[in-house]
Design a protein around this ligand. Structure first.
Ligand code: PRX
Length: 660
């Protein structure tokens, strides 16, 4: 385990002192959906009543709920007797209202000219064909369906097809390896897996089917593998298990009677990294989750009928679930869906797409903004970005320099930037500006969304004084919160609700509040690394490394990285008989990438003769981080062997190109 308090202290100390304030312009405020603070006051006086009102406004129910919140901490239900279907809320009702010809997705493939507009009518028909196809394979309400795909319109259609028949989906990011895929499918007990022949990424074809095969071979619950033809290249085929999606769906009717789902029925599972090697299956509901996604999408991004929305995340992460699929479709929005890499063919691909579709609201991660900064303002300058009226960020703290660059070169100094803080577990945005109301401070996610009681507590559970750092918590439930971890309620209680009262959700981030009550998120306080906005568990990386025949012991840490936020640095002790060579270090980097996925590839692997441990044998991660980042080492007197760190530091400085 990490020495958590020390780490928390470190991250808090890194707080940036940014003073500039950006109020909404009169013009933006005048056209905004939320223009004053009345929603905050409404929610403050009665947060349950507030959400109940919105549940009526935002959702079409078969049976309107008469119940609102039931809270037996740390377990809650919302709108428990309400009956609805998510796909009907995302598709049918817009078509019934006469918007069937509206574009749901302007799809841009990575190869140029590979584009397609998908209307709401077409998306419903495709959803129903896939839903009927899944039923023909024996998928029933409650069965889990794995989705391992790229960013193609069939992915949202498949998610909605699952929602239509009441089968929770489990999306696995297409960049994950066969092994990570297998772990997630196995933990969810998925019955069917939908994948594609190959996916496009950075002009390369990613062998999704091949990985899917390797995973399905290992997971007995997977009975069938459904394959979308994307690149058309030949792929290995197993007649007993595999079926092409087009053949499965071709003869199916394009209507499908929706299942009537209870609000508390599970809509999906999504895995995220925790402090152990085993990923957590975060479980989200039908009613509360949909409400949270829809309301936050509309209010935070100020979505109007003529908005052209682009969330540039991957659907494999929660951001894509909530703000590419469920929020936007529930609001009947037109979105861009882009398949590929932001630098393909060059660093202006996003700006070209914004110009092409006249995108009005654009949402991405700070890590990508920092890559854009590095590429240079000449790329956006080549394009007309005047359609933009709002920008957003998510996934990690944004440094004020990147914020100001985004404001200036992308937003033309007229677009509010909403820095949205949330997590896989929260389902939707919890701390954020409302762009027609909130004054922005670069680097701060600003204030809790109406109805959310966030606070910062010290170790003893007392609120810290303004300006001091502590543990970020949420003190009341919200409709979109996860209900538990799949088949592991004990871990749900232990990991999130055991530090203080069972009613207090412990987020896992350190934060502080300034004198105006604005929240400044400082990063994780547990053994989780945030690489380019993605959560990775140090423990998962460590247990992977020790699977390598040459490795005796390993410790992974996050080191500050100017573009990716953090990068992974691993310290490795070898078994006797193995030499500390650069080739082996390289081999280990590839080993981790193959086992977990490319996002987990360590930036550096450093060999040591020992690791810095306390006398009780606990690895001092704070020291490893200092070594990885090239900081002066603080107090090492509690170490079993202080020489170890001197040796590691010399090696680290050498490998990372730092001279003393
Ligand atoms: O540390 C926080 C960081 O990302 C974590 C959640 O990661 P994940 O579940 O993968 O979801 C990412 C997308 C919602 C948080 O615990 N984080 C997320 N948004 C922000 C952030 N840190 C600072 N500012 C943000 N806006």
């Amino acid at each position: 385990m990490a020495d958590t308090a020390g780490h928390a202290h470190d991250v808090i100390e890194g707080l940036l002192d940014e003073q500039r304030v950006f109020p909404p312009s009169d013009e933006f405020r005048a056209g905004a959906i939320i223009r004053d603070d009345s929603v905050y006051r409404e929610a403050e006086s009665d947060f349950e009543g507030f959400w109940a009102r919105l549940a009526e406004e935002f959702i079409d129910w078969y049976e309107q709920p008469t119940e609102c919140l039931k809270w037996t901490a740390p377990h809650c239900t919302w709108f428990e007797d309400g009956v609805l279907n998510v796909s009907v809320n995302c598709l049918d009702r817009h078509i019934d209202a006469g918007h069937g010809e509206r574009v749901a997705f302007h799809w841009e493939g990575e190869p140029a000219d590979d584009t397609r507009d998908v209307t709401y009518d077409e998306l419903l028909a495709e959803t129903c064909r896939i839903a009927n196809g899944l039923k023909s394979l024996g998928v029933r309400r409650g069965d889990r369906v794995g989705l391992y795909m790229g960013m193609v319109p069939e992915l949202p259609a498949a998610m909605l097809a699952c929602a239509r028949i009441g089968a929770p989906h489990v999306v696995i990011f297409g960049g994950f390896s066969a092994e990570s895929l297998a772990d997630r499918l196995d933990s969810a007990g998925a019955k069917v897996l939908i994948t594609q022949d190959e996916g496009w990424r950075k002009r390369l074809k990613i062998p999704l089917k091949e990985n899917a095969d390797a995973a399905a071979d290992r997971v007995p619950s997977v009975e069938r593998v459904v394959v979308l033809r994307r690149t058309g290249d030949p792929v290995p085929w197993n007649d007993d298990r595999d079926v092409w999606l087009d053949e499965l769906a071709a003869d199916q009717p394009d209507t499908c009677e929706p299942e009537r789902m209870g609000a508390e029925d599970t809509l999906f599972l999504l895995h995220t990294s925790g402090t152990t090697a085993k990923p957590k299956g975060v479980q989200h509901t039908t009613g509360g989750y949909l409400l949270q996604a829809a309301v936050t999408h509309k209010w935070v991004f100020d979505i109007h009928d003529d908005t052209v929305w682009w969330c540039a995340a991957d659907i494999g992460w929660v951001t894509g679930h909530s703000y590419i699929v469920y929020g936007p479709l529930a609001n009947g929005t037109t979105s861009v869906l882009y398949e590929g890499d932001p630098a393909c063919p060059d660093w202006d691909r996003h700006w070209e797409v914004i110009e092409k579709y006249r995108v009005t609201a654009y949402y991405t991660a700070p890590t990508l903004i920092r890559s854009f900064v590095k590429a240079g303002p000449e790329y956006p300058a080549k394009h007309d970005l005047s359609s933009l009226r709002l920008l957003g960020t998510v996934g990690e703290p944004i440094n004020p320099e990147a914020w100001l660059w985004y404001w200036r070169y992308i937003g033309g100094e007229r677009c509010p930037i909403v820095d949205t803080w949330w997590q896989t577990e929260t389902g939707g945005i919890l701390i954020t500006p409302l762009p027609g109301v909130t004054e922005l401070k670069p680097g701060s996610a600003t204030v809790p969304f109406p109805g959310i009681q966030a606070d910062i507590l010290d170790e003893a559970g007392e609120p810290v004084v303004r300006g001091s750092g502590g543990f970020l918590v949420v003190k009341n439930p919200w409709p979109g919160m996860f209900r538990t971890l799949w088949q592991d309620d004990e871990r749900y209680v232990e990991a999130y609700f055991s530090k203080y009262e069972p009613s207090i959700y412990v987020v896992g981030d350190a934060a502080k509040q300034d004198d105006d009550g604005y929240f400044w998120i400082m990063g994780r306080i547990d053994d989780v690394i945030n690489v380019a906005g993605h959560r990775l568990s140090t423990t998962e990386i460590e247990s992977t490394l020790v699977e390598h025949p040459a490795v005796a012991e390993a410790a992974a840490t996050g080191a500050a990285d100017p573009v990716r936020g953090q990068s992974i640095v691993c310290f490795v002790l070898l078994k006797s008989g193995h030499d500390q060579t650069p080739e082996l270090a390289e081999d280990l980097r590839h080993f981790v990438a193959d086992k977990i996925g490319k996002i987990a590839r360590p930036a550096a692997v450093l060999f040591g003769d020992d690791l810095p441990k306390t006398r009780s044998g606990k690895i001092m991660r704070r020291l490893l981080k200092d070594i990885a980042e090239g900081h002066e080492l603080g107090d090492t007197t509690t170490l079993r062997d202080a020489e170890v760190v001197v040796d590691l530091k010399q090696k680290a400085d050498l490998v990372m190109g730092r001279s003393n």
